[in-house]
Ligand binder design. Structure first.
Ligand code: SF4
Length: 429
């Protein structure tokens, strides 16, 4: 059995940990409410009720592009200014809103109360509200809560908080059950189906995805569960799963050919799949993806990329773009660096690369201009000003909304970086 694919010496991989600079200051990043946009598409019988202000309602509606005739599976209970004495009323109002919602939408099986940052909301104890409402609406609806507040969470941390809230209600796997694999992190259904097919073809039969498409079909968990993270921003969920007795399989993330192969290899090794079977199953999709990437490489090779901190996907993306497409790495910003979860990715970064954890946006903008990268990955708020200053940008949010994991998606992922460069060339012509 071969271990996770080796780090190629010729790629200039890091022999030691890369330099990490930590900074604090003004941040330009979405809050965790944004996660609702992909979570509500994934968990098809859940509803996300933001307990927040009009600002929260505007953010979530404009980010999700709500259609007026659609029956969305998220909404906002707007809590106006009130003093502490008015909290009883706020709880009563919340109960009324929930009752009305659940009466009108009998398809809802799990209701998430999502906290936000206005002080009126912080004063409300949403975990007690969730317990109270769960008792009232049990067994038809389970009510859970988490915070998507901009004070506590950035962008993708909303998903981490949501999944962490679900871990305690996962059923317990009977002792001495056959080993199960849990794939953790929201993936597009098409990616999930492809990865499941590959795992099944290797002979790994018992595979669960968390979160599931249906919230009433929660996967069992216990000492015989091993899990693979499919997304890098799930540190708290990972801790909660470990506390339920599951074991994490260390692996890079399934981005690009190398990342996908190493990720699948971690599962194959844990389930005793032979090298021969692993090769048979992965060879064709791997070769297709490599051939497509080889065609795209000339557009990206030698181009310098700079990452502002946003989705926590920055390090795996930098690794993919450098190792498989020959891009030069400028600064790699990340909101948080979870060294344990990122260990395999960090080992694949080239010698001398620079990682910044946290953000002081003014200082970072100065460094970005000084580096004069060919492409900048950043949030929506920074993209337009940077474009106006002559820099090509890629919106980090697109990387979360687009299916990018696995072999079949590797060329689509590369294309997301080729497109803004082509556009800039056309504009300059
Ligand atoms: S949770 Fe906070 S940061 Fe997010 S939209 Fe609401 S008020 Fe703004």
């Amino acid at each position: 059995m071969s271990p996770v694919i080796p780090i190629h010496a010729e790629s200039g991989a890091c022999a030691s940990s890369p330099a990490v600079h930590t900074e604090r200051g003004q941040r330009e990043v979405f809050c965790g409410l944004t996660g609702i946009i992909w979570l509500h598409r994934k968990i098809q019988d859940a509803f996300f009720l933001v307990v927040g202000s009009r600002t929260c309602a505007h953010l979530i509606q404009s980010a999700a592009g709500v259609m007026i005739f659609a029956e969305p599976r998220f909404g906002t209970a707007i809590i106006d200014e009130r003093d502490l004495a008015g909290l009883a009323d706020a709880n009563e109002e919340l109960d009324k809103v929930v009752h009305k919602l659940l009466t009108r939408r009998p398809d809802i099986r799990t209701l998430f109360l999502v906290g936000s940052c206005p002080s009126e909301v912080i004063k409300l104890d949403l975990s007690r509200a969730a317990e109270r409402l769960s008792r009232v609406h049990n067994p038809a609806v389970r009510v859970l809560n988490y915070s998507g507040s901009g004070i506590e969470t950035t962008f993708t941390q909303g998903e981490d908080a949501c999944l962490q809230a679900m871990v305690p209600v996962l059923p317990t796997l009977a002792p001495k059950s056959p080993k199960r694999l849990m794939v953790v992190g929201t993936l597009a259904d098409i990616v999930e189906d492809q990865l499941l097919r590959l795992l099944h073809d290797m002979g790994i039969e018992r595979v669960d995805f968390f979160p599931p498409r249906n919230s009433t079909l929660l996967p069992d968990i216990g000492a015989d569960t091993v899990f693979l993270l499919a997304q890098p921003f799930l540190a708290d969920t990972s801790v909660a799963l470990l506390a339920r007795g599951a074991q994490r399989l260390p692996a890079p993330f399934p981005l690009g050919v190398e990342g996908t192969t190493a990720w699948l290899q971690a599962a194959a090794t844990a389930f005793g799949v032979s090298d021969q079977v692993f090769e048979q199953v992965t060879q064709a999709p791997k070769q297709r993806a490599m051939a497509a990437l080889a065609r795209q490489r000339p557009q990206l090779e030698g181009k310098k990329i700079f990452f502002f901190p946003d989705s926590q996907l920055e390090i795996p993306l930098a690794r993919f773009l450098h190792r498989e497409l020959g891009m030069t790495l400028g600064e790699i910003g990340t909101p948080y660096l979870h060294r344990k979860l990122m260990a395999e990715e960090l080992a694949w970064l080239p010698e001398g690369c620079r990682i910044t954890e946290g953000q002081h946006v003014e200082n970072q903008l100065d460094r970005c201009h000084a580096e004069a990268p060919d492409l900048v990955v950043c949030g929506l708020g920074l993209a337009n000003p940077l474009e106006a200053q002559g820099l090509a940008t890629k919106w980090a949010i697109e990387l979360v909304f687009t299916p990018i994991q696995g072999y079949e998606q590797a060329p689509d992922l590369a294309e997301l970086f080729c497109r803004p460069l082509r556009r800039r060339i056309k504009l300059a012509a």
